[in-house]
Design a protein around this ligand. Structure first.
Ligand code: SAM
Length: 291
């Protein structure tokens, strides 16, 4: 079981993101940090809580293959497919790596038969293939849609983020969970020889402004872009920590949504997903799973 850090450990200083004077809902300080091992559980818990508000949903996973082979409990796409009640009805999963794509094929093959569900798999570069999904217009304005952008470092082009954010014209925008590397970002930036990779990731040629910036400030800058450039009503950064070095932020999950409940439910999911053994209360009163 993950050790609970002492109250004076530095992760406590990372949050809360209480942004006085902003219109979006405020959330309370976090009681515990979340470990990298539990990031898939965070997404799963959030969707489970949120489905009690929407009662339906569509899930897009742009980097859907499993990061840790042989660790299915840490695989977001698998956990999300298994969320109960089975109110998520449409799944669009992208993966570039052929072997990992094959694992998605197997994952789909092992799902219980269900005519009410669609699980579409896209092999190849999501930055190219996302247009096929969006151009097909299979996602309607009213469908609550959640998109996981779990890149390792620079794989997700800003243009892909923009296309997703601008897809809906009237309804609430597609909700995004965007992973931003923190611990290794600066080193990775300086190590990239082909600078067009950075330009595509950042979506502009002023990515140099991030060089030398503290990781939390980089995350703030991305948060700012989600709000000002992409127009999300709420964007918050949620630190994901290294379990062996409390206080060390591995990456930030930047959660953007137009729904006023979104940060509140994320706060709840974060507290819930905190322990690897899931010993915390799973269901809130009135939220019991259906048989
Ligand atoms: C960080 S892992 C995703 C982890 C996964 N969300 C999980 O819960 O285990 C990133 C995945 O994206 C894939 N990938 C990298 N670049 C990609 C691209 N351009 N398009 C689609 N998939 C890509 C990698 O092969 C890898 O499987």
């Amino acid at each position: 079981m993950a050790k609970k850090p002492a109250a004076d450990e530095p992760w406590l200083l990372e949050f809360p993101e209480i942004e006085a004077g902003e219109s979006e809902p405020l959330v309370n300080p976090l009681p515990h940090p979340i470990w990298t091992e539990n990031k898939a559980k965070l997404i799963e818990a959030y969707l489970r809580f949120f489905l009690y508000i929407t009662h339906h949903g569509t899930y897009i996973d742009c980097f859907a293959g499993p990061q840790q082979p042989g660790m299915p409990e840490m695989w977001a796409a698998k956990l999300v497919l298994e969320v109960q009640p089975r109110w998520l009805k449409r799944f669009y999963l992208f993966e570039k790596h052929p072997k990992r794509f094959q694992q998605l094929v197997e994952l789909r093959a092992h799902q219980p038969e269900d005519d009410t569900r669609i699980i579409e798999l896209y092999e190849g570069d999501v930055n190219l293939r996302i247009r096929e999904l969006l151009d097909s217009k299979s996602i309607t304005e009213k469908q609550a849609t959640f998109c996981l952008l779990d890149q390792r470092t620079f794989e997700c082009h800003w243009e892909t983020v923009r296309l997703l954010a601008e897809y809906k014209k009237e309804g609430r925008k597609i909700e995004l969970f965007y992973f931003l590397a923190s611990k290794w970002l600066a080193r990775a930036m300086s190590g990239v020889r082909d600078k067009t990779i950075l330009e595509k990731w950042w979506g502009r040629n002023d990515w140099q402004t991030l060089v030398g910036m503290k990781p939390d400030k980089c995350a703030d800058e991305v948060v700012r872009r989600f709000k000002t450039e992409l127009g999300y009503a709420s964007a918050k950064r949620w630190p994901i920590f290294n379990s062996t070095q409390p206080g060390l932020v591995m990456y930030y999950m930047i959660h953007s949504s137009d729904h006023e409940e979104a940060p509140i439910q994320m706060r709840r999911a974060y507290a819930h997903a905190v322990t690897a053994d899931q010993s915390e209360q799973t269901w809130f009163p009135g939220m019991e799973p259906q048989p």
